[in-house]
Design a protein around this ligand. Sequence first.
Ligand code: ZN
Length: 137
Amino acid sequence: MHELSIARSLLGLVRESVPVGAVVRSAQLRVGPLQAVEPDAMKLAWRAATEGTVFEGAELSLTLVPWALCCRECGRSWSSENWSDPCTCGSCRVDPVGGDELTLVSIEVDETQTRLGSVDSGRAVKRDQASTEVHRV
Ligand SMILES: [Zn+2]
């Protein structure tokens, strides 16, 4: 299952990003449309991947990123839920840009249950080089 392999990679990143013993409340993932991730399946997969680990019970929140589209006629770029949207100039020659994002955006760690220092990490589950913030709450 596609989502399960993503969940496992994600779990590996979370494990590397937080101090040993930290209690992870939640992880935020940004997903581009090309990843074809089904949110419910993704959450189930996350639950399955974390079960029996110290991260069991951590919540996964997903942000589904819309398509970034660019018009070949007039150069306008915009974002849309629908990749086949025509441009406002009337052109149908529209290209999707990117869309394969899969980024662990942030991790929320419960500070009341750990006394460990802060964590800096900049991690993408795949290709993208976005940064991951670890929020301590
Ligand atoms: Zn256009």
